[in-house]
Write a protein that binds this ligand. Structure first.
Ligand code: UT7
Length: 315
């Protein structure tokens, strides 16, 4: 497939580190040094589905397509107010889509998992035009009393439209299942038959374990996916890495021995927007005119699961 449209949308409320320090025991200095984050966009009166629809409309406009042209819609999302229907259906209705649509919950690498699914369906001859929307509100998951998690996240949506082409050169999906590294539990409705004890708690994270997994998975994943695509590192124009933590990105740069200028970042004013991170970064770079035709982009993302994924794309 080939990406022919990108779009993104962010909540209007910007929360700076100093604003956080007004109501919790933290500081701009701690957050900046440990994460590189200065501010993040946070949902206030918006609904996440509206941001998903807005990002998707921008991607459709750029692609010169109407909703009826899309024959498959993949929505990547971790948490939404809707338990059913899937967020794809909620956004699909707003957009006026009539094609089949599915939700995936692959946490932060959800965009690359979506690309892999789209490419596989295309290769199987099932689809031609695919819309992917990564739509996330992780600020609704972490406890705002837990300074070690809530300062890391921001909300937003990023979309792409793909059509027939041979620009996805390779994808690689990876899993090291461990539910106790990043997780959140909610209580379902009780029934007369439930005898087990159930608990509900906000996002929990073993930050250091996740940090190590992220650096390892990205570096090895990049080596593998580039070998699969037959591309050497010097041919890569940009490494589009999940914006989780500037220190994670710095460790990856260090290990890979590639110039920092090849790693675009927007973590400073977005924080970690989960699976929306890569497509928001892609859209921002694209709209700034950062890419030229033929540029090789290598994507990598990692997160809960633990899951990670990479993709090599010719622009
Ligand atoms: O998409 C994947 C999602 N997750 C990630 O990418 C997270 C990966 N992990 C990380 O980015 C880092 O592990 C963190 C940024 C989460 C934490 O950094 P760290 O260097 O691993 O710090 P730490 O958790 O070991 O905490 C060090 C200290 C602790 O104080 P004590 O026990 O040493 O007295 C924490 O209580 O920093 C304290 N601390 C804070 N202080 C001020 C934790 N959060 C804060 C905070 N402000 N917001």
């Amino acid at each position: 497939m080939r990406i022919i449209g990108t779009g993104s949308a962010l909540p209007k409320k910007v929360v700076t580190n100093d604003m956080l320090a007004e109501f919790m025991d933290t500081s701009d200095e701690w957050i900046t040094t440990r994460t590189g984050i200065k501010s993040r966009h946070v949902i206030s009166d918006e609904n996440i589905e509206d941001l998903g629809a807005k990002a998707s409309r921008k991607a459709l406009d750029m692609a010169g397509m109407k909703p009826r042209d899309i024959d498959f819609f993949i929505c990547s999302n971790v948490v939404t107010e809707y338990m059913t229907p899937g967020l794809s259906s909620v956004i699909g209705e707003l957009l006026g889509l009539t094609c089949p649509m599915i939700d995936i919950n692959c946490a932060c690498p959800g965009f690359i998992f979506s690309l892999d699914i789209a490419e596989s369906y295309y290769k199987a001859g099932k689809v031609k035009n695919v819309l992917i929307a990564c739509v996330e509100e992780p600020t609704r998951m972490a406890s705002w009393n837990d300074r070690s998690t809530c300062v890391l996240f921001g909300d937003g949506a990023g979309s792409v439209v793909l059509t027939a082409g041979d620009n996805i050169m390779a994808t690689r999906l990876h899993a090291e299942p461990a539910a106790d590294k990043i997780w959140q539990k909610r209580k379902l409705v009780s029934t007369p038959f439930i005898t087990k004890e159930e608990t509900e708690f906000p996002l929990q994270m073993k930050g250091r374990d996740v940090f190590k997994f992220a650096v390892n998975a990205c570096c090895h994943g990049m080596d593998e996916v580039l070998a699969q695509a037959g591309i050497s590192k010097d041919k890569v124009a940009y490494y589009m890495v999940h914006q989780a933590n500037q220190r994670i990105i710095d460790a990856i740069i260090n290990y890979m021995g590639e110039p920092a200028s090849k790693f675009p970042v927007n973590i400073t004013d977005h924080g970690n927007t989960s699976s929306a991170s890569c497509p928001i970064l892609l859209d921002e770079c694209n709209r700034k005119g950062a890419f030229k035709k033929g540029d090789i982009l290598a994507f990598s993302a990692f997160g809960a699961g633990l899951l990670s994924a990479e993709a090599v794309i010719e622009w």
